[in-house]
Design a protein around this ligand. Structure first.
Ligand SMILES: Nc1nc2c(c(=O)[nH]1)N[C@H]1C(S)=C(S)[C@@H](COP(=O)(O)O)O[C@H]1N2
Ligand SMILES: [Mo]
Length: 413
C-alpha cells in the first residue's frame, strides 16, 4: 500500500500537451504563447497550475490539471468539518469560468414530472426551508492507485474525501415544485461545466440518484458550504449533495434536474462508469457492461489524520492519534487500531456523527513497547458488522471502492 514518491506535476498536463503539442500551449489563459515552440513537452504551464488551485492549501497534490483533479494528504484532513481549502477537487470537464448567482436558474423536468418548472436561485432560497447537514463525499475512485493490475483514471491514494457542512433546500421539497409522478424512478443532474473537447453540446457528466435517495431528508440542493457561498471549484452557486453515495452523484454547478421514469442514462451513468462487477471477478478480467452494477452506498472506511505518517515519536511516551471513519449510508459502530501489523487490536474512542451521513471522529492513545519501526493501522466496522479489509479488496475494472485499512508509519526512538 506504500505509494511511490510523486512530484506535484507527475501527471499534470503531460498527456494533453503530448497529444496536442504547441497548439495547446498556444492558448494559455487566452493569451498567445510566442515561444510555444520551445515549451518542453511534459511541463505544466505554471500559470495554469496556480490558477486552478488558487486559495487551496499548498499541500494538496495535483493529479491532473485538465481536468483539474487534486487530492488531500491524510494529515490535512484532520479538521472535523472539512474547510474549503482542504477539500479535494474532482472535475470531469472544465468548470464554468464565471457564474452569476443573480441570474442562475434551476430547471426541473423529465418524463416523471407533472409540469416542468424553472426557478431562480433567489426563488429557491425564498420558497424552501433551508437545512444544514454535514455530509461526507468520497469519490468512488478514492484508493484507485493501489489496484493491480492498475486501473486507468486518476490515481487517488486516500485523499478524495471530504465532510463539509452543506446548506440548502431538501431535494424532495424542490422536486414538488414540478410535481413528481408516481412512475418516478431516478433523478439525474446537469451542470454548467463544459466538455474537454470544447464541444458545447456535449454533456460532461450527468449522474444522479434513485428516487428513494432523492427523498431522504439529507439530500440537498445546496447553495452554501460551511456557512458561505459554495466555492467555485465545488459547484457554485448551486449543487446537488447526496452524502454517503459516491461523490459523483453530487452534481456541481447545478442547472437542471431531470426526474426520470427509468434509471437515469446521462453520460457516466452507463457502461463501466461508477459501476463495479455485480459478482466478484478475477483481477484483470474483462467484464461485460450488463454485468456491472451502479455504486450506491460507499463502503466502511477510516483515515488516521493525526499524526501524519513518518512521525518520529519519543520512546516510552504514549502517542495520541485521531481520525475519521464513515460508512456510506450506514453508521460506524467501532474503530480499532493496531501497532503490531494486525496481530492485536485496541478499540478507539468513537464519537457519534453530527448527523446521519457525516463522518465520525475517533481518537486513542497507543504505547510502543520499545524503539523501532512501527505502523499504526486503523480499521472501522459499520453498523451491519462489515469491517475494512487489511489488503486491497475486490479488483474491478475501473478501480472503485478500495476501502483497505489506512496505515501510517511511526519511528520510535
Ligand atoms: N457538474 C459536475 N459535477 C460533478 C463532477 C463534475 O465533473 N461535474 N464531478 C463529480 C465527481 S466524480 C466527484 S468525486 C465530485 C467531486 O466534488 P468536489 O470537487 O467538490 O470535491 O463531484 C462530482 N460532481
Ligand atoms: Mo468521483
Amino acid at each position: 500500500m506504500t505509494q511511490p514518491p510523486r512530484s506535484r506535476y507527475h501527471k499534470g498536463r503531460r498527456g494533453f500537451l503530448a497529444d496536442s503539442g504547441a497548439a495547446a500551449v498556444g492558448t494559455v489563459l487566452g493569451l498567445s504563447v510566442p515561444f510555444a515552440r520551445h515549451f518542453p513537452a511534459g511541463l505544466v504551464p505554471v500559470a495554469l497550475a496556480a490558477e486552478g488551485l488558487a486559495g487551496k492549501d499548498p499541500g494538496l497534490i495535483t493529479l491532473n490539471d485538465r481536468p483539474l483533479n487534486a487530492e488531500v494528504p491524510a494529515h490535512l484532513l484532520d479538521d472535523e468539518i472539512t474547510p474549503a481549502h482542504r477539500m479535494f477537487v474532482r472535475n470531469n470537464g472544465i468548470a464554468p469560468a464565471t457564474v452569476d448567482p443573480a441570474t442562475w436558474t434551476l430547471t426541473i423536468d423529465g418524463e416523471a414530472v407533472n409540469a416542468p418548472v424553472t426557478l431562480t436561485l433567489q426563488e429557491l432560497q425564498k420558497r424552501f426551508r433551508a437545512y444544514t447537514y454535514q455530509l461526507t463525499l468520497e469519490c468512488g475512485g478514492n484508493g484507485r492507485a493501489e489496484f493491480r493490475p492498475n486501473a486507468k483514471g486518476n490515481q487517488w491514494t486516500t485523499g478524495a474525501v471530504s465532510s463539509a457542512e452543506w446548506t440548502g433546500a431538501r431535494l424532495r421539497d424542490v422536486l414538488q415544485a414540478a410535481g413528481v409522478k408516481p412512475n418516478a424512478k431516478y433523478v439525474g443532474y446537469y451542470g454548467a461545466d463544459t466538455h474537454l473537447s470544447g464541444n458545447k453540446d456535449k454533456v460532461v457528466i450527468s449522474r444522479g440518484v434513485p428516487l428513494a435517495k432523492a427523498n431522504q431528508p439529507e439530500t440537498l440542493v445546496a447553495w452554501a458550504m460551511n456557512g458561505e457561498a459554495i466555492p467555485a471549484l465545488h459547484g457554485a452557486p448551486l449543487r446537488l449533495v447526496a452524502g454517503g453515495f459516491p461523490a459523483s452523484a453530487s452534481g456541481k454547478w447545478l442547472t437542471r434536474l431531470a426526474v426520470r421514469d427509468r434509471v437515469h442514462d446521462g453520460p457516466k451513468m452507463e457502461g463501466h462508469s461508477y459501476r463495479v462487477p455485480c459478482r466478484p471477478v478475477a483481477p484483470g478480467e474483462d467484464v461485460p457492461d450488463e454485468e456491472m452494477c451502479i455504486i450506491e452506498s460507499m463502503p466502511v472506511k477510516s483515515l488516521i489524520t493525526f499524526p501524519g505518517s513518518g512521525l518520529v515519536h519519543p520512546a516510552g511516551k504514549p502517542m495520541s492519534l485521531r481520525g475519521h471513519a464513515w460508512a456510506g449510508e450506514l453508521a460506524v459502530k467501532q474503530v480499532e487500531v493496531s501497532i503490531d501489523f494486525g496481530a492485536t487490536w485496541q478499540r478507539a474512542k468513537l464519537r457519534k456523527a453530527k448527523n446521519r451521513l457525516a463522518w465520525q471522529h475517533f481518537e486513542t492513545r497507543v504505547a510502543f513497547p520499545e524503539a523501532g519501526y512501527y505502523e499504526v493501522w486503523a480499521r472501522a466496522t459499520d453498523a451491519r458488522g462489515q469491517s475494512q479489509p487489511m489488503v486491497v479488496p475486490g479488483w474491478n475494472p475501473k478501480g472503485y471502492l478500495n476501502n483497505a485499512c489506512h496505515r501510517i508509519a511511526v519511528r520510535v526512538s
